[in-house]
Design a protein around this ligand. Structure first.
Ligand code: GDP
Length: 702
């Protein structure tokens, strides 16, 4: 076996998490540039960024995919896993947090800690991801390094450990002061910041630097008591001792090292990379991955070791215009070779690894194998979708499955021609394999295609891709709330589909009981018939019929959920029974039982958080009340009021605009799906009577 070029200890799998506009794209690009992978430095404003390679991402200037890019720094391999910043992509963020070992949080020195960075930071905490912080944009007017650090402490519960101070600020920002080695760093403009030099800390900045150095040393001896003696005796600590103690505290989530700079001005990037190497974990520093053996239900774990049985997680599937479908895999244990056959324990299928690619910023590199702790993209997987495990067939393991939130917003697409219709079908299937938070179905009555996703922006991006990438012409409705139907009480009904007038007839007969399930429990199908009154092969036809009826809904055309359907009786005919007849009978029984039990219409309700200055609190509360909102609580955070409320999604469309005008742009809000809840009767009536697949404000996109 060839010597491994980068041992596990010198691998870093990291993500960059940030609020939109904090400078994630700019920082990522500078990282790729300085690590020598990127040939030219693209700027966000001229659209030639390296990471944002999907056309529309460039236009929007936001990063929505989570691919992995490899670069090298000081003899370490760094895999950067892209994490989207917008809350509509919560599932993508969670998915990327699962496979990375550490993260950089980027904060804007002017805007400070925004609600969205708060969401992602908390998600990272939930997955026990060690983090370092980069305070960016120190060159901008209004930049305030210390305010930003205070906000991290107050709003994020972070434990900042300042390793640097800015040298100057706003228009006088010149470089950084390194508190570990007590020196100043300045970047050379001629090389676009590729080179920098160290010099003594300028006199006027020395007093403040010494004061913060003192704080740093106190924190360090607090982390590692063994250093106390050295500190008391000499009054100082070596750089190595500081780095070692801060590393350990960071890995234990007791510290968040803070460095700073201005990515756009090419300042601060190399020390940030040094911090990644110094303080963020290698795959060896994180606990062994856990999972379940699907046969025995026993917990299993895998060490990050090349010799262990292979296990890996497919965390992103995407279509690449040149090589086809790419499946990004994080290998947790063992080794994955080109040509090897691995096993997908969820689908119970074998998969062959056709090729393996490592993705750099501007090129793809074919590799023969990937080992424990590493990340690469595989070509040739046919059955495996995002979030599924691959493993050694003799050593089964299903890594912790990810939960995907409910799609709560939907819209209708009406392809213009038959050819468009066909193309749309193919592209929808492709998109669904890339993105498990997106679903599509055909509305029986209108033959329109309904797609549902996590939010307005999510759907808008999907539609753009469908129409553009796959060249489909269609009319598109505006996004609307994805309602659901369920049954209010248990009921049973009979479905009979019998046609026996001459020749071969049809005979299907089913008796079914329906029962409401708890919110979010989905659908359960049971066969409780005895004595083979319905032959086995027709039971699955009955289930199919029920599922189809559920998709189309019974009351107002919305999908049915949270029900248990139990087939309790029925009969069959030796000649006339068929799958079709039982499918129809199943669907009839289901619809009738729904009607008898009483149909409830449900709507998605969101957890909404609004951060607003005190003076506008009254307006915001009043407005939320008018939106059928339920105020859960109010709090004070860093001088602003924080309102938490539960509000039906239907009332939240266009909220950002209203909030802006009511508060003169001084409030921010975030929202996340909470649950499906019953709609009050008068509103349910209105929803049911609306031809919701709106033709109003229809957009035509060529
Ligand atoms: P993202 O949304 O987090 O990816 O942020 P971008 O990297 O796209 O940056 C948002 C905007 O801030 C762009 O116009 C950048 O040019 C600008 N920007 C990024 N970093 C800095 C910085 O250090 N200083 C200044 N003045 N502007 C910056």
């Amino acid at each position: 076996m060839a010597e491994r070029q980068y041992p596990l200890g010198r691998t870093r799998n990291i993500g960059i998490i940030a609020h939109i506009d904090a400078g994630k794209t700019t920082t990522s690009e500078r990282i790729l540039y300085y690590t020598g992978v990127s040939h030219k430095m693209g700027e966000v404003h001229d659209g030639s960024t390296v990471m944002d390679w999907m056309e529309q991402e460039r236009e929007r200037g936001i990063t929505i995919t989570s691919a992995a890019t490899t670069c090298f720094w000081r003899d370490h391999r760094i895999n950067i896993i892209d994490t989207p910043g917008h809350v509509d992509f919560t599932a993508e963020v969670e998915r990327s947090l699962r496979v990375l070992d550490g993260a950089i949080g980027i904060f804007c020195a002017v805007g400070g800690v925004e609600p969205q960075s708060e969401t992602v930071w908390r998600q990272a905490a939930k997955y026990h991801v060690p983090r370092i912080a980069f305070v960016n944009k120190l060159d901008r007017v209004g930049a305030d390094f210390f305010r930003c650090v205070d906000q991290m402490r107050e709003r994020l519960d972070a434990k900042p450990v300042l390793l640097q101070l800015p040298l100057g600020q706003e228009e006088t920002f010149e470089g950084v002061i390194d508190l570990v080695r007590m020196e100043a760093l300045r970047w050379d403009d001629e090389t676009l910041g590729a080179t920098y030099h160290t010099e003594p800390i300028p006199k006027e900045a020395l007093a403040e630097a010494e004061q913060w150095r003192e704080r740093l040393l106190e924190q360090v001896v607090d982390f590692e008591e063994a250093l106390m003696e050295q500190y008391l005796e000499t009054g100082t600590l070596s750089a190595e001792a500081i780095e070692g103690a801060v590393r350990q505290a960071t890995l234990e989530l007791k510290a968040h090292p803070v460095v700073c700079g201005a990515a756009f001005k090419n300042k601060g990037i190399q020390p940030l990379l040094d911090a990644v190497v110094h303080y963020l974990p290698s795959p060896l520093d994180v606990p062994p991955i856990k999972g379940l053996n699907p046969r025995t239900g026993q917990e299993e774990s895998r060490l990050a070791d090349d010799e262990a049985p292979f296990s890996g997680l497919v965390f992103k599937v995407m279509t690449d215009p040149y090589v086809g479908q790419l499946s990004y895999i994080r290998v947790y244990s063992g080794k994955l070779d080109v040509g090897q056959t691995v096993y997908n324990p969820i689908r119970e299928r074998r998969e062959r690894i056709g090729r393996l690619l490592r993705m750099h910023a501007n090129k793809r590199e074919e590799v023969g194998a990937v080992r424990a702790g590493d990340i690469a993209a595989a070509i040739g997987l046919k059955q495996t979708t995002t979030g599924e495990t691959l493993c050694d067939e003799k050593h089964l393991i299903v890594l912790e499955t990810m939960e995907f939130p409910e799609p709560v917003v939907q819209l209708a697409i009406e392809p213009k021609t038959k050819a468009d219709y066909d193309r749309l079908g193919v592209s929808l299937a492709k998109l669904a394999s890339e993105d498990p938070t997106f679903v599509s179905r055909v509305d029986e009555e209108s033959s329109q295609i309904i797609i549902a996703g996590m939010g307005e922006l999510h759907l808008e991006i999907l539609v753009e891709r469908l129409l553009r990438e796959f060249n489909v012409e269609a009319n598109v409705s505006r996004p609307q709330v994805a309602y659901r139907e369920t049954v209010s009480a248990s009921a049973s009904a009979e479905g009979r589909y019998v046609r026996q007038t001459g020749g071969r007839g049809q005979y299907g007969h089913v008796v079914m009981e329906l029962e409401p399930l708890g919110r979010g429990e989905g659908f359960v199908f049971e066969d409780a018939t005895a004595g083979g009154v319905i032959p086995r092969e027709y039971i699955s036809a009955v289930e199919k019929g029920v599922r189809e009826a559920m998709e189309a809904g019974v009351f107002a055309g919305f999908p049915v959920t949270d029900v248990r359907a139990r087939v309790v009786d029925g009969s069959s005919h030796a000649v006339d029974s068929s799958e079709l007849a039982f499918k129809i009978a199943g669907s009839m029984a289901f619809k009738e039982a729904m009607r008898r039990g009483g149909v409830i219409l449900m709507e998605p309700v969101m957890d909404v958080e609004v951060v607003v200055p005190e003076e506008f609190l009254g307006e915001v509360l009043g407005d939320l009340n008018a939106r059928r909102g339920q105020i859960v609580g109010t709090d004070t955070r860093a001088g602003a009021r924080v309102v938490e409320a539960k509000v039906p999604l239907a009332e939240m469309f266009g909220y950002a605009t209203v909030l802006r005008s009511v508060t003169q742009g001084r409030a921010t809000h975030t929202m996340q799906f909470a649950s499906y809840e019953e709609i009050p009767a008068p509103i349910a009536e209105a929803v049911a009577n609306r031809t919701w697949v709106g033709v109003d404000r229809k957009r035509t996109v060529a």
